[in-house]
Design a protein around this ligand. Sequence first.
Ligand code: CA
Length: 249
Amino acid sequence: MPNTAPAHAKARKKSDPPPSRARLVVVEDEQDLQDLMRYHLEREGYAVTSALSGDRALKIIRAEPPDLIVLDLMLPGMDGLEVCRALKADAATAGIPIVMVTAKSEEADIVTGLELGADDYVAKPFSPRVLLARVRAVLRRRSAGGDAAEPDDADITIRNLVIRPERHEVLVQGRPVDLTATEFRLLQLLASKPGRVFPRQQIIETIHGKFAAVTDRSVDVQVVMLRRKLEEAGQDIQTVRGVGYRFRE
Ligand code: CA
């Protein structure tokens, strides 16, 4: 891996990064891929610690909780989902955002990971640009307090779309749009965290409650209806194949 770090940077202790630099832990058992991710993340200015296994990662993370974790799901021994579960079960680490790294064939695992509380994922093979964009977006959402507070009834304005929950009102380019209660809640949920992927099951639980007898398919139908009613703004509701939906950032 190319070494572009200036001498003074190497002299600084790893455990003592400047406060402005976000600290990342990268968990990936393929050394080449780990090196590649590390190279690009460090070049972007992040302080990166890496681990080749889930056990090692947990030790590093618990010793010094980072600002974000890039977590491969397919790991020998303790796999990524187990790591995710362990982190979310512990109050000291539950709030650390996680970006999962997966193979395209692991769609069920992606959904499970998102339901466990991971923030986003990149599917292998990915370009470094995609990884950096996801990391940046998740860190930005966190620093904006997007996940900490539940901005339940706050107004949302994104491009030409305005949502006013207290008035149960949606405007596209200033024109009111007539939505059903379910469509409204679906839109409010997706638009509350632009860029974040919501698995279908999570959408159902948020909108209808945990024990509702609502199928994944009905979420798809609601989305089709919602897109149609929102016209041009409907393009912002993106399908994430095999996983769920996200509102374009
Ligand atoms: Ca792996």
